[in-house]
Design a binder for this molecule. Structure first.
Ligand code: GLU
Length: 444
């Protein structure tokens, strides 16, 4: 494939959610699978809702995921270039003035539907003579501008959906310029894709309806359209749509919950494919052999609980030196004893006192005699990974306790909790003095 350049084009009107992040991740993976790069294009023309803070949060979220871009562009900053494109289309007779109010258009659409006709714009604006236009403007009406579609088949080979086509005669001529002179998203997006030499537009299926129109606009501006890929939108576990307002799935929240970025990347790369997510893969690993046609046509569901599980797998596999590199300040042996019990890093806060701090032992009345016996049988030091087995075998023989009836009271006395890391690994780290004190019921 000749040089691949993709773009991620969010509008800075909210934090990225997993649906947007998926588009970013898949664009990045595709680009990097083909030795290409990504452009970050801020679709910031909605000045009423867009903010610089959201733009910064988007950059931060992308970098947190490990995604990189070689160029950043703001659509707002390119208004002059977009106005030039408007003039070019007007000069070519591809933009025409229309004067209907929204109410008039709605009335016409309703009438068309009542007659069993598709609600396609009737091109009344195109039929106006100069005198009629002047009369409408004298009434105080301001035009909006529509792109005159060619009434022909527009086809493209969608890299995710396969062959696609739409006939211009089955579509309304799209409005590109509003009455107040501002532009809708359609034209600036095409102009920017042309000017930045975007080779592949990879985006959500909600944009399939724009594609034939955008291809026609692109050709009307004298350029060849990019390749397109439209991916099914992601649904929530309940089957609803993801929205920017649904903060539960914003990257900011996931980060605050201690979810690992590699868990997110792995899930987003696998979601909708037949592959199981592998959170131990880096983005570069994921890019190896990445294919857009691996994505099915059905809308995948995203269960945030999967992110918790994938994130936990990252900790379970993290070596002591990797843990240190992340600033986790515990000994190698302690890390190895604790890591299998972590779901997020903040779980460490609850586990560390068992070894490094104090806990209050839990000893039920009916276990007291058995715990006293266990204290008496506590082996002399030095302790190692076999101490636990030797000791509990002796306690079993002496008390007749076995299974849960043996291990649970010991765990509760030694750690103050019903669940936790393997005691075989933990016991030598707790040490004899602390273990003995706890078996005596002392806070230690
Ligand atoms: N800003 C648009 C969106 O977020 C970009 C669409 C596109 O990729 O062309 O939906």
């Amino acid at each position: 494939m000749s040089s691949v350049l993709v773009r991620f084009a969010p509008s800075p009107t909210g934090r990225l959610h997993l649906g947007n992040a998926r588009v970013a991740v898949l664009n990045w993976l595709f680009a990097h699978a083909h030795g290409g790069a990504m452009v970050l294009r801020l679709d910031d023309t909605d000045i009423a809702r867009g903010t610089a803070e959201f733009a910064q949060a988007i950059r931060d979220d992308l970098l947190w995921l490990g995604l990189t871009w070689t160029r950043e562009e703001s659509q707002l900053a390119r208004a002059a270039r977009h106005a030039e494109a408007v003039d070019q289309l007007k000069a070519a007779g591809r933009l025409y003035a229309c004067y209907e109010t929204p109410e008039e258009l709605e009335y016409r659409r309703r009438r068309q539907r009542a007659q069993g006709l598709p609600p396609i714009y009737d091109r009344a604006g195109l039929a106006l003579s100069a005198a009629e236009r002047a009369a409408l403007e004298a009434e105080g009406r301001k035009p909006h501008w529509r792109f005159r579609l060619d009434h022909e088949e527009t086809s493209w080979l969608d890299l995710a959906r396969g062959p696609c086509h739409a006939h211009g005669g089955h579509l309304s001529d799209p409005v590109l310029v509003r009455e107040d002179g501002s532009l809708l998203y359609t034209l600036p997006s095409v102009v920017d894709d042309i000017d930045f030499a975007i080779s592949h537009v990879i985006r959500g299926e909600d944009h399939v309806v724009n594609t034939a129109v955008q291809i026609q606009i692109c050709r009307a501006l004298g350029a060849e359209p990019p390749h397109y890929a439209h991916l099914p939108l992601v649904l929530t576990a309940e089957g609803g749509g993801l929205s920017k307002r649904d903060n539960a799935l914003s990257l900011g929240d996931l980060r605050a919950q201690g979810i690992e970025p590699a868990a997110i990347n792995a899930l987003l790369a696998a979601l909708g494919t037949a592959e199981a997510p592998d959170p131990l893969k880096s983005l570069d690993d994921l890019a190896q052999g990445f294919r857009l046609d691996a994505f099915g046509r059905a809308a995948p569901r995203l269960d945030p609980a999967d992110l918790v599980r994938l994130s936990a797998r990252i900790y379970h596999a993290l070596s002591p030196s990797e843990a240190r590199a992340r600033g986790i300040a515990v000994s190698d042996a302690l890390w190895l004893a604790l890591r299998a019990n972590l779901t997020t890093l903040s779980d460490l806060d609850a586990l560390l006192p068992v070894v490094e701090g104090e806990i209050t032992p839990l000893i039920a009345e009916e276990d007291r005699a058995m715990i006293d016996e266990a204290a008496r049988l506590l082996p002399e030091t030095p302790w190692d990974a076999t101490t636990w087995a030797t000791w509990t075998a002796a306690v079993k023989t002496a008390t007749g306790r076995k299974g849960k009836g043996l291990f649970m009271p010991l765990r509760r006395a030694l750690t103050g909790a019903d669940h936790g890391p393997e005691l075989a690994a933990l016991l030598p780290l707790i040490g004899r003095d602390k273990a003995l004190a706890r078996l005596r019921g002392e806070r230690a």
